[in-house]
Write a protein that binds this ligand. Structure first.
Ligand code: SAM
Ligand code: SF4
Length: 447
């Protein structure tokens, strides 16, 4: 590889989950600390980081086509941008990417991206570099302090997964479950609030598997962490995602009824309503144990909004088993949910199973499932009309004087009035659409 000038501008393009968004933001901060400025457009960037997701679809092919497009746009603009491939595709297919894509100068896994500055120095001197080690805690310690935060901030508290659902690539790309230390998280929460955060969403592939020791050395879980963060002055709201049903303990359920700052929202994926499919997926719950768990959460917090993830077309899923999934949706009445067609992931047990489901059947099942989920989301929004609630103002709307924010139940609410980004305003919910609600300010700027 040729030597090149040190990059002056960068773009980080993040795909996939909120944890990738968090990682992408942190990479941007690392680069900014090195004096590399964000570029306005892709083609202006001297360094492009593709922060990839490997969970579904033809992720790797998409990376190769993105690499081709970036190189071509660079040539058209008379430059040769440095290209880094990061994230879970980098972890899973790093060596192949290096072999197939000579325009890529760096491949860095999700647990090693704190080493990006050193890798850039190598690339500038003409050396291509790959780093897919997994020293996750070292990564967090090496990241710069955050100086600016949006009103709603992400905070990764846990990474990796030991659950090994048979369809999922995460245990291979993100490694074993690790929890960040309690004191690091409390420090980061204080810094985020100083930097402008009013709400913190705690993130992890299995966020409720977090464990640690509090300041007095006592073993605590998620509920203890949430309690400690609720004491951070200036922090108004706490959320967490994504949880596995196996990790939900009594203390966390009780926390939903006891901690005002913990928002009435729970994302708890079930994946399927069929016990046979759940077993084949290596999920540890049944449809019934999942429903009983939700009942306990609802008893603790009756206005809880529920969210979930679903996979249709898992190998061998029969029509009747798919109907079981529709049935569980009808029983729960989700406020929102994510639904996906099963995607065989190389190296996972389900990819080698017999009875892979045909694409047209998956399409039809997904459409039917999404019709049910959309119906319930709209119904949930309609049932909110008339409520008065706090809305966290996150951005300006399309029209002058219009604002967009989030209700406690994670609904998008738009309204007109006199406020600014980061305010918590009291609003009455007036009208509901499938994806958002219109509100009217009753009392501006609570905080
Ligand atoms: N740990 C969480 C749990 O178990 O509920 C979910 C984290 S996973 C990164 C996000 C979602 O992606 C999963 O809940 C699942 O619905 C979906 N997913 C994972 N692998 C998939 C695959 N091979 N095909 C389709 N969807 C998949
Ligand atoms: Fe993937 Fe979640 Fe299952 Fe872990 S628990 S393997 S992240 S779906």
């Amino acid at each position: 590889m040729q030597k090149s000038d040190p990059p002056k501008t960068y773009r980080v393009k993040s795909f996939g989950c909120q944890m990738n968004v968090y990682d992408g933001d942190r990479m941007g901060e690392l680069l900014a600390e090195r004096g590399i400025a964000p570029a306005a457009e892709d083609e202006d960037a001297d360094l492009v980081v593709l922060n990839t997701c490997h969970i579904r679809e033809k992720a790797a092919e998409k990376v190769y086509s993105d690499i081709g497009r970036i190189s071509k746009a660079g040539r058209a603009a008379g430059k040769k941008p440095l290209i880094a491939v990061a994230g879970c595709v980098a972890q899973a297919e790093g060596e192949e990417i290096m072999a197939r894509a000579p325009d890529v100068s760096m491949v860095v896994g999700p647990q090693a991206y704190h080493r990006l500055p050193q890798m850039i120095d190598d690339a500038v001197s003409g050396r291509r570099a790959t780093d897919t080690d997994m020293p996750a805690i070292a990564k967090f310690a090496a990241l710069p302090r955050r100086r600016k935060s949006p009103p709603s901030a992400f905070l990764t508290i846990q990474e990796g997964c030991d659950k090994f659902c048979t369809y999922c690539v995460v245990p291979y790309t993100r490694g074993a479950e690790i929890s960040r230390p309690f004191s690091d998280l409390v420090d980061e929460a204080y810094r985020l609030v100083d930097a402008g955060a009013k709400e913190i969403s705690l993130l992890g592939q299995n966020v409720s598997a977090w464990t640690g020791e509090d300041a007095a050395g006592h073993a605590i879980g998620m509920a203890g962490l949430i309690r400690a963060l609720a004491d951070v002055p200036g922090l108004a709201r706490i959320r967490y995602t994504t949880s596995h049903p196996a990790d939900m303990d009594d203390a966390l359920i009780a926390a939903h009824g006891e901690i005002d700052k913990l928002m009435p929202f729970l994302h708890l994926p079930v994946q399927s309503g069929s016990d046979r499919v759940l077993k084949a997926m290596n999920r540890s719950h049944t449809a019934d144990s999942y429903l009983k768990l939700l009942e306990r959460f609802r008893a603790a917090r009756p206005d809880l909004a529920l969210s979930g993830d679903f996979i249709v077309g898992f190998p061998g899923e029969s029509d009747a088993e798919f109907e079981d999934t529709l049935a569980i949706v009808d029983v729960v009445g989700y406020a929102q949910a994510f639904s996906f067609k099963y995607s065989p992931r190389p190296g996972t047990p389900a990819a080698a199973m017999d009875n892979q489901i045909a694409a047209d059947i998956m399409d039809e099942r997904l459409q039917r499932l999404q019709a049910s989920l959309n119906r319930d989301q709209h119904a949930f929004n309609q049932a909110s009309v008339g409520k008065v609630c706090e809305v966290l103002v996150e951005r300006k709307g399309k029209h002058p004087g219009q604002w967009l924010g989030k209700s406690p139940w994670l609904q998008s609410v738009w309204f007109e009035g006199d406020c600014q980004i980061g305010d918590l305003v009291e609003a009455q919910l007036l009208q509901a659409g499938p994806n958002s609600l219109e509100g009217a300010i009753k009392q501006p700027a609570i905080a």
